[in-house]
Write a protein that binds this ligand. Structure first.
Ligand code: 13P
Length: 341
């Protein structure tokens, strides 16, 4: 008998754990590798992901699920074990990014629509066979003068809802990710504007999910935090936490089992601190955890530097961040734990 969506979703937001977003597309991982002057070959990409997924302490104790890219879901470790199997053996749920990226939205200058719905039913069935039990689709909303428009908000919400319904049909838990960018162009908006736009986007997304008959008990929301634009950062950590929880309470039904934030360009420590303050300070109807890409990987990528002799150092860096975020997921991270390490 296949696992119930509710049970998979509960595992994804298990106490003190969160999700590793390692689903960088081939284009994005090349940008990350450029920062350590490493060529983006299939083997280097495999070696990098294998380093992360074989960091035993991090994977077993702090990571509930891993989002993979199509190529990675099909790759095998050096010893021949499929990478998805390594993840499952560590007790984490393998997941898959299924969108095909944000493309310019016709008629809407400066805005995008996420593609990938055509043929998605067939792809989801294949991903299920390959071991994926959850999926991710990211819609992107930019804040700028006059943006976002209602047309872009609405169409991205509709795409997210159609994706989520198809996932559930296939026995796969959808991570619904409507990201309001903090580092858009020009990235100078205030936190109040981020609140208003995110509230509008989340209300629209949940309306569309309802119309598409998506079971809220079998999905995870992956939102941005409520934060200033990247180039005008002034709000305190407590203020980010307070506004984020307020916005989520105003928009996310209690039937949703969990919310897992994206890091979106926050520094590693900020992303951890914000999550921890929310969990330590507020009572909430859903689990609140992380689904970080950059904030979990940046230090590990740097410590590894693409060299086999640095695998242990890369794993130590990854394990540290995973441990800090695991603590944040239960509200017990403290600043001095960073210094101690
Ligand atoms: P960041 O945490 O680096 O924003 O990435 C998370 C993610 O999966 C974005 O889609």
């Amino acid at each position: 008998m296949s696992e119930r969506l509710e049970d998979i979703a509960a595992r994804m937001v298990a106490e003190g754990k969160g999700i590793l977003a390692a689903d960088e597309s081939t284009g994005t991982i090349k940008k990350r590798f450029d920062t350590i002057s490493l060529e983006s070959t299939e083997e280097n990409r495999r070696d990098y992901r294998e380093m992360l997924f074989s960091a035993d302490e991090a994977m077993k104790n702090h990571i509930s699920g891993v989002i993979l890219y199509d190529e990675t879901l099909r790759q095998k470790a050096k010893d021949g074990t499929p990478l998805a199997r390594m993840i499952a053996d560590a007790g984490a749920v393998p997941g898959i990014k299924v969108d095909k990226g944000a493309k310019p939205l016709a008629g809407f200058e400066g805005e995008t629509i996420t593609e990938g719905l055509d043929g998605l039913r067939e792809r989801l069935n294949e991903y299920y066979e390959l071991g994926a039990r959850f999926a991710k689709w990211r819609g992107v909303i930019s804040i700028a003068d006059g943006l976002p428009t209602w047309g872009a908000v609405k169409q991205n919400a509709q795409a997210l809802a159609r994706y989520a319904a198809l996932c559930q049909e296939a026995g796969i838990v959808p991570i619904v990710e409507p990201e309001v960018l903090m580092d858009g162009n020009p990235g100078t908006h205030k936190i109040e504007r981020c609140y208003d736009v995110t509230e509008w986007v989340l209300k629209t997304v949940f309306d569309e999910l309802f119309d598409a008959r998506v079971k809220l008990e079998g999905m995870i929301l992956k939102p941005n935090m409520i934060i200033d634009g990247k180039n005008v950062r002034t709000a305190s950590r407590e203020e980010v936490a307070e506004r984020t929880v307020r916005c989520l309470k105003a928009t996310v039904p209690a039937a949703v089992p969990g919310i897992a934030f994206l890091s979106g360009g926050q520094s590693d420590e900020e992303a951890t601190a914000h999550l921890s303050i929310m969990n330590a300070t507020y009572d909430m109807p859903w689990k609140l955890t992380f689904s970080y890409g950059r904030a979990l990987q940046a230090a590990a990528l740097k410590a590894w530097g693409g060299k086999a002799e640095n695998v242990a150092a890369g794993q130590r860096a990854f394990t540290h961040r995973a441990r800090m975020n695991g603590l944040a997921a239960s509200g017990s991270w403290k600043q001095d734990l960073e210094q101690a390490a």
